[in-house]
Design a protein around this ligand. Structure first.
Ligand SMILES: Cc1cc2nc3c(=O)[nH]c(=O)nc-3n(C[C@H](O)[C@H](O)[C@H](O)COP(=O)(O)O)c2cc1C
Length: 198
């Protein structure tokens, strides 16, 4: 690990103005607050060429896959965020996750975040926990689920809150904001405790 831990938030939504991406900005703020170099890997970035996973294709020769994998591989902590899709995670998250392996997640602390249109997110977080464990990520116990997502955020232009939040929406709910910042802080602390220099 370098002097400061690196934390990457992986956003598994392609939606412009994604609530998941907005929430992840708070996790990144928490990580930065805990001393991390924090950055977003937005899988929905139109400028990022991430083809559907194919077991016969070499990541080095497939769009921006190798560069994106490197950003995860060199991170000490990762916060993965996905919208709830049909009671599980999004195909955007899953396809990128299938490109990932132990190489990306060994010695990596991981935090989980899910945003739901309705009231239930538990199965999504459980599925993410299992599949991150499958690539040997060290998933921390604290996790964040946002239910009724469209009611939990306000348009960034309609509030003076959230200065410095690089997203279309900011949290309207203080406890959710606190829980999400805590996610980033705890991933950073876990990465330092588990994988920092003795
Ligand atoms: C294909 C699809 C499936 C969805 N399935 C569910 C679901 O099972 N449960 C739920 O609460 N919301 C569901 N939603 C709503 C999304 O979880 C919700 O809009 C979420 O906040 C979107 O996150 P985003 O803005 O980051 O894309 C679904 C949305 C889509 C597009």
């Amino acid at each position: 690990m370098a002097d400061s831990p690196r934390v990457v938030a992986v956003c598994g939504s392609r939606r412009e103005g994604s609530y998941t991406r907005a929430a992840l900005q708070y996790a990144l703020a928490g990580a930065a607050d805990a001393g991390a170099e924090a950055e977003l890997l937005n899988l929905g970035d139109p400028g990022l060429d991430l083809p559907l996973y194919h077991p016969g294709h070499d990541p080095e020769e497939t769009g921006d896959v190798a560069a994106a994998l490197e950003r995860v591989r060199t991170a000490d902590g990762v916060v993965v965020g996905s919208p709830v899709y049909h009671g599980s995670y999004s195909s955007t998250f899953r396809s990128f996750h299938d490109w990932c392996s132990f190489d990306e997640y060994d010695d990596t602390a991981v935090g989980l975040l899910a945003t739901a249109g309705g009231g239930t997110f538990s199965s999504t977080l459980d599925h993410m926990r299992v599949t991150v464990r499958g690539v040997h990520g060290w998933v921390i116990p604290h996790q964040v689920g946002v239910r009724n997502a469209s009611s939990q955020f306000v348009d960034r232009t309609e509030t003076t809150d959230g200065d410095g939040v690089d997203a279309a929406y900011v949290f309207d709910d203080e406890s959710l904001r606190d829980r999400t910042e805590r996610l980033g802080r705890e991933v950073t602390t876990a990465a330092t405790r588990l994988f920092g220099e003795e």
